[in-house]
Design a binder for this molecule. Structure first.
Ligand code: PMT
Length: 394
């Protein structure tokens, strides 16, 4: 098994005490290494030369090139939205993998508002996560069949076998269907799925480069939850890791309660390629990233979240960070921009009907992505004007 022992556990250890074991867990993340250093050109070369490109890379690149060319001629702005979580496979022939939390709600919902704002959308998403338009009817507590009923002859259908939307859903469904058909007809939405962190990174780089002709009209809206740690290709097991594969002295903790062996996984940090996106892959585009924290109240933890947002801007030099807490992400976000990161951030909130907890007060308050996208589109427009004013071209 190519999985190496963690640094605190020497390969020659013949026995492990309970004290050792506790220490190992406390040091599971090596904090002596400065975290979050931005990736530089050599890191990029090293990653993309040592890990294999996904099979879909060429096809997706070609489709993106055509899509960009088409919308360039129609003078549309193009946004690349990343959405959903990336996985870290533990084996090449993957049976087990580590996942990152994200349903894809932020990305899929935002995509619809960008389309409404006149953008063409490249939707780079985790396979089987939420998609624009179909999200209204998938992954919900209702099965999609619950939205349908069998048409009766009294509904004006000659055939008994017809299916129609149930009355209470039909207005909304018709409106969603019309928007979806419009996006398809006008070739406004390019859906490109990924699964693994490796595939995500190869695709992000390739697609960003294909957006180059758009200049400042390109927008990157990085809502995906990207893995922080991965197993490099040279250390990846080919087939399913069997429990019998472990070297007992390295991977079994005799102090652990119960029987059975432990699988200890040694992960490398994923290079922070945001800086490469800003500096090299899409230097003219506007880049918006999201920062998530998993703590409690925005009021009390906002300080930590803001600090992280400002740190991200400092490290990657992009244009806007949108901070959200996992628990409140559907009601509240903060926008920290690169022009003046220290100033009080713009906060977007949905009004909540306190009596009903999470129910919203008004129709237009229903999705916070509408407010986020309006604000991002406004800032993108201002930036395009700035670029044109200072350089004389897009
Ligand atoms: O999909 P939902 O369930 O609605 O959830 C939405 C969300 C909470 C996942 C989303 O709003 C969000 O916050 N996404 C970012 C999560 C996060 O903390 O990402 P990060 O810290 O790993 O990365 C920060 C930013 O850099 C992200 O925009 C990420 O897409 C981008 N990144 C990170 C690493 C990397 N190698 N490449 C990247 O592009």
């Amino acid at each position: 098994c190519p999985i190496t022992p963690p640094p605190t556990m020497s390969a020659s250890s013949s026995s492990l005490t309970a004290a050792h074991s506790a220490q190992d867990y406390a040091n599971a993340i090596d904090r002596s290494v400065p975290s979050f250093t931005a990736a530089q050109e050599p890191d990029e070369k090293s990653y993309f030369n040592t890990n294999l490109p996904p099979p879909e890379l060429e096809e997706y690149s070609e489709r993106t090139e055509q899509f960009v060319r088409h919308h360039y001629h129609h003078q549309r702005r193009v946004v690349l939205i990343t959405s959903g979580g990336t996985t870290v496979p533990l084996e090449n022939q993957t049976v087990r993998f580590i996942d990152n939390f994200s349903a894809g709600t932020r990305g899929a919902t935002s995509a619809e508002y960008f389309l409404e704002a006149g953008y063409a959308v490249i939707f780079l998403h985790r396979q089987f996560s939420l998609l624009p338009y179909s999200r209204h009817y998938s992954h919900s507590t209702n099965c999609f069949l619950d939205f349908l009923s069998e048409a009766q002859p009294t509904d004006g259908y000659a055939k008994k076998s017809a299916v129609m939307a149930k009355g209470e859903y039909s207005d909304t469904m018709l409106s969603v269907l019309r928007k979806y058909n419009h996006a398809k007809r006008e070739n406004l939405l390019l859906l490109l799925p990924f699964t693994t962190i490796n595939s995500y990174l190869f695709l992000l780089r390739a697609l960003a480069m294909k957006m180059e002709p758009m200049g400042s009209k390109a927008l990157f809206y990085l809502a995906a939850a990207v893995s922080d740690f991965f197993i490099p290709r040279e250390r990846m097991s080919e087939h399913k890791i069997q429990s019998g594969d472990f070297n007992e002295t390295q991977l079994v903790d005799p102090a652990a309660s119960g029987v059975g062996k432990k699988l200890i996984i040694d992960l490398d940090p994923v290079p922070k390629f945001l800086k490469r996106l800003v500096e090299s892959w899409a230097p003219k585009g506007m880049i918006v990233s999201f920062k998530a924290n998993s703590l409690g109240q925005l009021e009390t933890d906002e300080g930590i979240l803001l600090k992280k947002c400002r740190l991200a801007l400092e490290r990657y030099s992009h244009h806007l960070v949108i901070g959200n807490l996992l628990q409140t992400r559907k009601f509240e976000v903060v926008l920290v921009d690169s022009v003046d990161p220290q100033k009080q951030p713009r906060r977007l909130t949905l009004q909540r009907d306190e009596a009903n907890g999470v129910k919203f007060a008004t129709k237009q308050d229903m999705e916070i992505e509408e407010q986020i996208v309006t604000e991002v589109v406004r800032r993108h427009g201002a930036r395009i004007w700035d670029v044109v004013a200072t350089t004389g071209s897009l």
